[in-house]
Each structure stands twice: as structure tokens, then as C-alpha cells.
Design a protein around this ligand. Structure first.
Ligand code: MRU
Length: 366
């Protein structure tokens, strides 16, 4: 993605090779800052405090965390330890497990003296694969949006609602839910995006709005509860979200609030699509509501808000009545019956076991 004329991925090896560099997402939308990861502890910290976030980018960062650990100590014990340590950083996104298990399986076969090089090569290939997947998702999703554009008057945009940030900041490049949007915009199909602010961490208002704005895509930030109202008034043509983990049966886990959007979409006959890279499918699970671990985050994310004052200082204020309990489940599960389709790198699938299995037969054998 271009930022101020320079092309960026969200994670890369520094020019001198001494660090893995990331865009620090805790600084958005006020600053675009690069942070350097030099150790496995830096990588674990970056995932835990959400300097990097979004399922695919969490997986890519974990792969680089393994590489940094192999640079410091390429032994078997170090490999097992870093995988165990990184696995604990965030519980819901399955891409973390996927990347770590891929790294462990591949690297354990490599002699210790070659492990650092092999680990960096693997991390880079995970990044390249992520970009290729997202571009394929973009092409398939673009067809859906193009079909909706045919029903519009010339120049009238297709209105897309999205939740959280499944954009290029959540991946290595392009995004999942945003890839079709960027491709339509670049290809001359008019689009307008309703961006859910996505409390409590405001990934919509802080990240999605920032990146759509930088790409010149028309968008409007709305409070999380506005989507149902907009759908009742014919102002949403399609919902496209990302996912942190989707079961083999098509239940979709994504940022808290996604389920309510899917219910509203069903009630208003608005198609509800999920952009789904295959590393986000958990083939070991069938019942998303009961089986997917939902991250419970700090209550401070609910009781406080941070923003920039008119004077330009960043301040945090309390917004909840003193003494009240707060709870902060970070994800929810949308049952497959509410999902119109899964936009994958191998085409648009029905959200059911048969369709997913047919598209990814090799993953069933693992
Ligand atoms: O808590 P986050 O910001 O990591 O949550 C991110 C999301 O919910 C995204 O929608 C999901 O990871 C898909 S990213 C392509």
C-alpha cells in the first residue's frame, strides 16, 4: 500500500537485516510510526499489545518471531520454546497457530546451523502467500460488487458496510475485506464504505478509516449500532467483514459486534459476506459458538477512551460511571446460517462443510 508516495507492507526485514520492522498500529490515527522487532520478546510484545493485529498479520509476525529466536539460539529447545511462548500471545486468531505449526514442522527438519536462514525465508514466504491470497480474494469479491453495481444508476456507488479492520493493516498487504473494495475503486466501480467505529479499540475509526482515506476510497464512519438502521433504509448493499477463525462448518468468528450485523443483514435481506483466507479456517472445529476461544481483554479498553485534544496532546479519559463493572469480550461468532458466502482465494463458497471441504481438500488431510 502507498503511504505518502512510498510503498509499504505492514511487516518487513529492515535494510541492514538487523530487525524486523512493523507499522506500530497503536499510534493510529495520529501518527505513522515504524517500530523495530529485534527479539522474540519484541515480537510477542507487539502481538500482545496490538502494535500488530488482525489475524493474518498476527500469523506473519509470529513467523518472524520464530526467525528472531532462531537467530539468537537455533536449538530444538529454543524452537519449541518460542512456538509455545508466541502461541500464548492472543487466543482467538487461528492464523497464529497455523503459522507457528508450519514453522515448527519445517524448521525441526533443518540442521541448527541453517535454521535462522530457513526461518526468515519461511516468514517471507508466509508474507508473499498472504499477499497472493488477498489479491485472489479481491478478484472474487470484486465480481460480487460489480454485479451489485449493475443494479445502480450510472455513477451511484455500491454501499458496503464493514466491521473492525480487515484491511491492509490487518494483513501483509491489500487486506481481506478491503481487497475487493480497493480493486473496485481502482477499477472505476464506484464504492462507498460504511465503517463501523468498532468499540472498544476503534479499529474502524482509527485504522479502516485511515487506510481508506489514504487510498481515496469514499467512506463514512458510523457508530457500531447504526448498521441495522442503515440496512432498514436500503443504504447498505452488501456487508463484507474479515474473520479470525472460521470452523470447518462455516461458523465465523470475528470482532465483537459482527454477529449483530449479520442478524440485521438477515432481517433486511442484505447479503453478508466474509472474506476468508484459507489459513483462517480451523478444520478441527465444527461448532464455533461453543468451541472457539474468545479473547477477554482488559476492562480499561471499555472504561477509558484515548484521543487527541484540540491542543494536539494525546489524552486518556474515563467514560464509565465510577464503581461499575465492565466486561470486554473481543470477538463473537456468527453462525454459518447467517453467512451468505465466504470469499476465499479459491472463489466464493457457501458457508457449509461440503463447500469448504471441496475447495480445500488438501487441508482435510493434515
Ligand atoms: O482484535 P483485532 O484488531 O486483531 O481483530 C481483528 C479482526 O477482528 C479482523 O476482522 C480479523 O482479524 C480479520 S483481519 C483480515
Amino acid at each position: 500500500m502507498n503511504v505518502d508516495g512510498k510503498k509499504y507492507r505492514t511487516i518487513w526485514i529492515s535494510e541492514d537485516g538487523g530487525s524486523v520492522d512493523i507499522i506500530d498500529q497503536t499510534k493510529f490515527p495520529y501518527a505513522f510510526e515504524i517500530a523495530q522487532l529485534r527479539t522474540k520478546e519484541d515480537a510477542a510484545h507487539a502481538i500482545r499489545v496490538m502494535q500488530v493485529r488482525g489475524a493474518p498479520l498476527i500469523g506473519a509476525t509470529a513467523a518472524f518471531g520464530v526467525a528472531l529466536a532462531m537467530r539468537a539460539d537455533p536449538s530444538d529447545a529454543s524452537l519449541h520454546a518460542v512456538c509455545a511462548e508466541l502461541l500464548e500471545t492472543r487466543p482467538t486468531a487461528i492464523n497464529l497457530h497455523w503459522a507457528l505449526s508450519k514453522a515448527r514442522k519445517a524448521l525441526i527438519k533443518v540442521p541448527a546451523e541453517h535454521r535462522e536462514e530457513a526461518a526468515f525465508t519461511l516468514a517471507n514466504s508466509i508474507c508473499d502467500e498472504d499477499i497472493a491470497i488477498n489479491m485472489a480474494i479481491g478478484m472474487h469479491g470484486m465480481e460480487l460488487i460489480a454485479a451489485l453495481a449493475q443494479t445502480k444508476k450510472p455513477g451511484e456507488p455500491v454501499n458496503i458496510l464493514t466491521h473492525c479492520n480487515a484491511g491492509w493493516l490487518a494483513t501483509v498487504d491489500w487486506g481481506t475485506a478491503t481487497a475487493p473494495i480497493y480493486m473496485c475503486h481502482d477499477g472505476g466501480i464506484p464504492v462507498h464504505v460504511w465503517v463501523d467505529e468498532t468499540r472498544p479499540r476503534n479499529q474502524g475509526a482509527f485504522l479502516t478509516a485511515w487506510e481508506l482515506g489514504h487510498h481515496g476510497v469514499p467512506h463514512t464512519v458510523i457508530v457500531d449500532n447504526a448498521g441495522g438502521h442503515l440496512m432498514q433504509h436500503g443504504m447498505v448493499d452488501i456487508v463484507i467483514t474479515g474473520t479470525d477463525r472460521t470452523t470447518a462448518s462455516g461458523d465465523v468468528c470475528n470482532k465483537i459486534g459482527t454477529y449483530l450485523k449479520a442478524l440485521a443483514a438477515k432481517d433486511n435481506n442484505v447479503p453478508f459476506y466474509v472474506a476468508l483466507p484459507s489459513p483462517t479456517i480451523d478444520f478441527s472445529l465444527s461448532d464455533g459458538v461453543r468451541e472457539i476461544p474468545i479473547e477477554e481483554r482488559s476492562g480499561l479498553e471499555v472504561s477509558q477512551m484515548t484521543g487527541r485534544t484540540a491542543q494536539g496532546t494525546i489524552e486518556t479519559v474515563n467514560i464509565v460511571a465510577e464503581g461499575s463493572e465492565v466486561a470486554n469480550p473481543a470477538f463473537d461468532v456468527t453462525p454459518a446460517r447467517l453467512v451468505t458466502g465466504l470469499i476465499t482465494e479459491r472463489g466464493v463458497l457457501e458457508a457449509n462443510r461440503q463447500s469448504i471441504a471441496q475447495a480445500f481438500p488438501e487441508r482435510l488431510k493434515l
